[in-house]
Design a protein around this ligand. Structure first.
Ligand code: NAD
Length: 477
């Protein structure tokens, strides 16, 4: 059984107190592992949004005028501020989002937030000379867009907020953040820590639901929306931003395939497969969500995966031993539950898990592996976004590639093989923004990341990510 260990109260209570509203409407935020109250979040209105946009507009010219070197220095200090409050930020994240402190979870996320901020602050971006024949000299510069809106999801709330705001700030824009209504405290805390360093009005936050998100994405003073979330909301944002021709970076939903070739060592890849699928208890955009395994090695891979999966402790995230947590909200629990029940009803074989306790106070869904499942089953075709992995058998690589490419999303994918050459040949045939070889889902601040098909458009990270937060201007002459 999981035990709750005593967490020193001052780890996060001071920061929580700092972000607790002293006026206006508030909403209780409950811990998804226990149902206990974590804190109170403000409920901002459209008028609050207008005020935040006005503050951002007022602050933008001076922020842009600081230039790259000074902005970078301030962003590095903001990363130091995150590091100094890392434990408090991680505890708020664990209590609100549910992910454990340990494993590739809350502390890892806070570390990622500070790391990405440093990378955005230090990546060089020089004007590019694109043509010079001695007569014509053409250079491309990247000017600030103005005010950027950042709308985020609830799965990696702090890290994704940094992915959105760090390049925006570095490039001389000011920002209005609209976090998910499920995880506002994690993002309020992060913004509060960063704002210990940044000038007034540069980084603003408005807490609200979809109406506030929609108003932000239609706002005439916003030049660009950085959006991470579901494909259906992405489509709504395209529509609401159309009248003002906003620039958009859309990181949308995925249903990543992994293809295991027959030449692997099952025991050697099992842990990589496990974390590829179950990182953040499956609530990750580019997690492995459908696994295609060659018939010759199918039973061995399923067995090796079951061995690893059954050894990973799930429970309350503040317990240091746990590496898997609850689903973040009831709606997500219900999606996973519905999809696994549909798989069971179809005759698929549940190798592990699949029997949640629906009466418990937390939204824990047990680690679940479903084998001998058809490719057209809903657990395969829909994004489960939780700890339930379908494992599909194939006998011919062309068939596996066709199944991997059979959906209208294409965020990530992976190929697992003893031969990198062979894996690369298969990778080239897969319709996805990133194809990993012998791993799944790893991201790096210098490696561009983005989706194919309806998983979105626009690249984040590295030089490409910085460029996408600027307006390209050609100086010709
Ligand atoms: P969601 O689309 O429900 O919500 C995301 C954000 O959009 C929230 O802040 C929400 O308030 C806001 N929103 C809702 N309606 C809006 C509207 N009409 N206009 C503007 N904003 C609106 O997504 P979610 O459930 O929070 O996140 C899970 C989804 O996000 C999954 O599909 C996952 O794959 C995807 N995701 C993608 C990436 C990526 O990098 N591609 C990363 C993380 C999550």
């Amino acid at each position: 059984m999981n035990r709750l260990i005593d967490v020193p109260a001052d780890h996060h209570t001071a920061l929580l107190t700092e972000i607790t509203p002293t006026e206006g409407r508030t909403r209780q935020i409950l811990d998804p592992a226990t149902g206990e109250q974590v804190g109170l979040a403000p409920e901002h209105t459209i008028e609050d949004l207008e005020a935040a946009v006005a503050r951002a507009q007022a602050a933008q010219p001076a922020w842009a005028a600081l230039g790259h070197a000074e902005r970078s220095a301030l962003l590095l200090r903001a990363a130091d501020a995150i590091d100094a409050k890392a434990e408090a930020l991680a505890h708020i994240l664990t209590r609100e989002q549910g992910k454990p402190l340990n494993g590739p979870n809350a502390r890892f996320e806070v570390g990622g937030a500070s790391g990405w901020l440093r990378a955005a602050a230090t990546t060089p971006l020089e004007p590019e000379i694109v043509f010079d024949d001695g007569d014509t000299h053409a250079e491309v510069h990247y000017r600030p867009i103005g005010v950027v809106g950042a709308i985020g999801p609830w799965n990696w709330p702090q890290m994704i907020t940094v992915w959105q705001i760090a390049p925006a700030l570095r490039m001389g824009n000011t920002v209005v953040v609209k976090p998910s209504e499920y995880t506002p405290l994690s993002v309020l805390a992060l913004v509060s820590v960063i704002n210990e360093v940044l000038p007034e009005g540069v980084l603003n936050i408005v807490v609200g639901g979809r109406e506030v998100g929609a108003a932000l994405s239609g706002h005439p003073a916003i030049g660009k929306i950085m959006f991470t979330g579901s494909t259906s909301t992405g489509k709504a944002i395209i529509r609401s931003s159309a009248d003002t021709v906003k620039r958009l970076t859309l990181e949308l939903g995925g249903n990543d395939a992994g293809i295991v070739l027959p030449d692997v060592d099952p025991a050697a890849i099992a842990e990589g497969l496990f974390w590829g699928a179950f990182i953040n208890t499956g609530q990750t955009c580019a997690a492995l969500k459908r696994l295609y395994v060659h018939d010759d090695i199918y039973d061995e891979v399923v067995e090796a995966l079951e061995k690893v999966a059954s050894s990973m402790p799930m429970g309350v995230g503040t317990d240091e031993q746990n590496v898997l947590g609850p689903l973040q909200n009831r709606a997500q629990f219900d999606i996973v539950d519905r999809l696994v029940e549909a798989a069971k009803a179809s005759g698929a074989r549940v190798v592990l898990g699949g029997e949640p306790d629906r009466e418990q106070p937390g939204y824990f869904y047990p680690t679940t592996l479903v084998a001998d499942i058809d490719n057209d089953n809903a657990l395969v075709a829909e994004e489960q976004f939780g700890p339930a992995l379908p494992i599909i058998r194939y006998s011919d690589i062309d068939e596996a590639v066709t199944m991997a490419n059979g959906l209208d999303v294409g965020l990530g994918a992976s190929v697992w093989s003893g031969s990198r050459e062979r894996a690369r040949e298969v990778a080239a045939r897969i319709e996805a923004g990133t194809v990993w070889i012998n791993s799944h889902g790893g991201v790096h601040p210098m490696i561009p990341f983005g989706g194919a098909k309806q998983s979105g458009y626009g690249l984040e990270f590295g030089v490409e990510g910085l460029k996408s937060l600027g307006v390209p201007q050609v100086i010709n002459g």
